[in-house]
Design a protein around this ligand. Structure first.
Ligand code: HEC
Ligand code: HEC
Ligand code: HEC
Ligand code: HEC
Ligand code: HEC
Ligand code: HEC
Length: 434
């Protein structure tokens, strides 16, 4: 180990710190650069060589946990703040919610049933329970709500519809049915431990068996990246060969830091900081993890044959990136990051019709327009797969286990969220997110 302290992105952090320092007399930057104790500048030694932070998480001689952590295990350390009994953070990744304020470290756990205490549901879902409204949202006539958009099919030379849906937030948590980590207390998660698709196309194995923990994906020391995601995730290998992504890895761009005294909003509600989240903890949309469907294009039937084929674009029509982040590259970065372990999953549009050399990952759904985190959550999902086909769906190696595969919609409603393979559903002119 020890990889975390090499050369590389530190230079960028240094430059950014220098720029911030120059503005100190005007703006006081947040000292908690990546939130809480995950302060890259403090932990790296760039801002101080007298860091206080190490002592919060490590013991030099008397550590109860591996890697000298001050908890029975590295994951329990994280959960001492981000878990249900933990009070040191606003985000509770076990329940999949963000509280309005962190409790005091010596106080009693916060009340998840108190809507005034809960700001909203976390983008990653949750490890024990989650609030993903994975069933169809019904309209007044009890029909599932789908939003249709006009789209010009250049091959067919006609207007077709393009779909989306809303995946709302539930008022209370439900047990998760799949999760990246099977934490103690997860009643319906059957772990495989397999980093599916890791290794180049044509590999004999569908993926090695590894041991994941929080720090496989996140760098607890902070690194200035989105959700402190490790650019080179490297879980411990149990069996098989794990192929790491080539150096310097995949960097997911972070949003600008919240102003001093503010906490980031980690919910599916569109708001930059926690203080801006409204009073409804069931607000937001899981389908586009970062923003609701604002700016749906409209169809102008008066001018259907103009260059735009009558489709009047709306700004940000498909949503781009979490509010405050830089650039629409975010989705591409996130897909590339997931692919740092699931190497064979990302695919261009042509991969549905052009076979790869892989015996299992032969034809693949595109991910160049649809990021992994459109269809999947990162931590855990409560979606249900009661269908006879989806309920016991085989993994790439042929083994079966009941699992919702971190999807956000029940059974394969995921597919129907975007496609009408019958070609019979017209553009309805619906422009509002119901
Ligand atoms: C928020 C808690 C936290 C803080 C603060 C923290 N660490 Fe860690 N550190 C961890 C955890 C958890 C691991 C184990 C990571 C793993 O499981 O791979 C770790 C691993 C390490 C490692 C070995 C792996 C690596 O990344 O190189 C070193 C060295 C280390 N910490 C040093 C420090 C120093 C020095 C400080 C203070 C400047 C510090 N840590 C602050 C939680 C923390
Ligand atoms: C397989 C990789 C992976 C593992 C394992 C993992 N995380 Fe995450 N985590 C992510 C990703 C990716 C996001 C960003 C999700 C998004 O924005 O859609 C995230 C987001 C978060 C957030 C922000 C809240 C949210 O839900 O978006 C927190 C806090 C967090 N993780 C803590 C943890 C802790 C604590 C653990 C261990 C119990 C853990 N993570 C395990 C990948 C992982
Ligand atoms: C550090 C490596 C790593 C990264 C990064 C990673 N995964 Fe995984 N993923 C795994 C492993 C290991 C498993 C098997 C977990 C288990 O069941 O024990 C897994 C399982 C899954 C599953 C199947 C879950 C089930 O129910 O069986 C899905 C879906 C998935 N990952 C999607 C993603 C997405 C989307 C991302 C990016 C947000 C991502 N992964 C990032 C290692 C990773
Ligand atoms: C001493 C308490 C504490 C411990 C221990 C701790 N965190 Fe945090 N963490 C926080 C606080 C506070 C924040 C700021 C956001 C919030 O209130 O949840 C945060 C934020 C985060 C974020 C979001 C960072 C971003 O870029 O915005 C992630 C991801 C995260 N923690 C993961 C972890 C993981 C993984 C561990 C264990 C290795 C861990 N945390 C241990 C207190 C803690
Ligand atoms: C269009 C929606 C969609 C997108 C985008 C998507 N997935 Fe999936 N994913 C699914 C569905 C549906 C399944 C369930 C298995 C199936 O139907 O083949 C699944 C299953 C998985 C599994 C479990 C193993 C398996 O194949 O059954 C992993 C791992 C996974 N996806 C990773 C990813 C990664 C990584 C990305 C981004 C590169 C991604 N997915 C993008 C829909 C999607
Ligand atoms: C987020 C929206 C979205 C979801 C969810 C989604 N798709 Fe797609 N799908 C697309 C896009 C975009 C394309 C690229 C072809 C295009 O531009 O029309 C595509 C292409 C395809 C193709 C190839 C057709 C072609 O003409 O290239 C098939 C088959 C397909 N999807 C089936 C599925 C299935 C099955 C599911 C569920 C597992 C699914 N899709 C989920 C958006 C989606």
């Amino acid at each position: 180990m020890g990889r975390a302290f090499g050369i590389g992105p530190r230079a960028t952090v240094a430059a950014a710190t220098a720029i911030l320092a120059a503005w100190l007399f005007v703006v006081v930057p947040s000292t908690a650069a990546d939130g809480g104790p995950h302060d890259a500048a403090a932990n790296s030694g760039i801002s101080t060589l007298a860091a206080d932070s190490c002592a919060g998480c490590h013991r030099a001689h008397t550590a109860p946990g591996e890697m000298l952590v001050a908890a029975p295990s590295p994951d329990e350390l994280c959960l001492s703040c981000h878990g249900s009994a933990g009070l040191g953070a606003t985000t509770d990744v076990t329940l999949g919610i963000q509280f309005r304020a962190a409790g005091s470290l010596s106080g009693t756990p916060q009340d998840e049933t108190d809507p005034t205490a809960v700001a909203g549901a976390l983008r990653g879902g949750g490890f024990l329970s989650a609030r993903i409204g994975s069933g169809s949202d019904a309209d007044a006539a009890n029909r599932p709500i789908r939003i249709s958009y006009p789209r010009w099919d250049a091959t067919a030379g006609r207007l077709i519809t393009w779909f989306s849906t809303k995946v709302p937030v539930l008022p209370a948590g439900q047990d998760v049915t799949s999760a990246h980590l099977a934490l103690p207390g997860a009643v319906a998660v059957t772990p495989t431990g397999t980093a599916w698709g890791n290794g180049p196309l044509g590999s004999a194995s569908t993926g090695p068996v590894v041991e994941l923990r929080c720090a496989s994906c996140h760098n607890p020391h902070g690194n200035g990246r989105y959700r402190i995601l490790n650019p080179i995730p490297a879980p411990d290998v149990i069996s098989g060969t794990f192929t790491e992504v080539a150096s310097p890895g995949v960097s997911v761009t972070d949003a600008t830091q919240p102003p001093a005294g503010e906490i980031r909003n980690y919910t599916v509600i569109e708001a930059p900081v926690l203080g801006d989240v409204g009073s409804d903890p069931t607000a937001g949309d899981y389908w586009r993890t970062y923003r609701p469907w604002d700016g749906v294009p409209t169809y102008d039937p008066i001018d259907p044959l103009a260059d735009s084929h009558g489709i009047v674009p709306a700004t940000g029509s498909f949503g781009d990136q979490p509010a405050g982040t830089t650039g629409a590259t975010w989705r591409t970065q996130m897909t590339a990051w997931c692919a740092a372990c699931h190497t064979r999953y990302p695919a261009p549009g042509s991969a549905a019709t052009t076979p790869s050399i892989d015996a299992v990952y032969t034809y693949r759904h595109q991910t160049n327009q649809t990021a992994c985190t459109v269809c999947h959550v990162a931590h855990g999902s409560n979606a249900e797969m009661p269908g006879t086909i989806t309920g016991d769906f085989p993994y790439p190696d042929g083994t079966t286990a009941a699992s919702s595969r971190l999807l956000k919609i029940n059974n394969r409603g995921t597919c129907q969220a975007c496609h009408d393979p019958t070609g019979t559903i017209p553009y309805t002119g619906v422009v509002d997110n119901p």
